[in-house]
Design a protein around this ligand. Structure first.
Ligand code: 5GP
Ligand code: ZN
Length: 135
């Protein structure tokens, strides 16, 4: 896509800090890192998000995400990793080219990714029914 930020980075029309590249995938440092070594893993093919991704691309992406996780663990001493992937504006997707965030976690890090939520729903049976069509 001509005006896509990540496509421009792939074509080297915009600068980036490249960490890894193969024929299908590019990994760069996030320009606004949440922690040290925050990487973005994305395909060279322009795909908007998870809803539009094909099996082949997704397989490559998740394997590259694992490779970078291991790299960051070994070379930067990360003791944990969060992998985040946003889809659509409501979920915080800003760049419309599918990408996984690899967010290294360190002991002294103040980053909070919390399990707590205001959501009070307890209609689990109804949700199962809607998602599976039975029970
Ligand atoms: P999203 O919110 O779409 O999941 O994440 C987009 C990410 O891209 C953000 O974390 C943001 O910091 C990063 N980003 C935005 N513009 C650039 C850029 O020009 N270069 C790099 N390396 N990262 C960018
Ligand atoms: Zn793109």
């Amino acid at each position: 896509m001509d005006d896509c930020l990540f496509c421009k980075i792939i074509r080297s029309e915009l600068p980036s800090h490249k960490i890894y590249e193969d024929e299908k995938v590019l990994v760069i440092l996030d320009i606004n890192p949440w922690t040290r070594g925050h990487c973005l893993v994305f395909p060279k093919k322009h795909i908007r998000n998870i809803f539009e991704a094909d099996t082949n691309t997704l397989s490559h992406l998740i394997l590259a995400a694992q490779k970078i996780s291991l790299l960051v663990k070994e070379k930067l001493g990360a003791e944990g990793i969060n992998i985040l992937q946003n889809n659509n504006r409501l979920a915080g997707q800003i760049v419309d080219h599918i990408h996984f965030h690899i967010i290294p976690r360190y002991k002294d890090n103040s980053l909070q990714i919390s399990h707590s939520t205001d959501y009070q729903g307890n209609d689990l049976k109804e949700v199962v029914k809607l998602l599976t069509g039975n029970r």
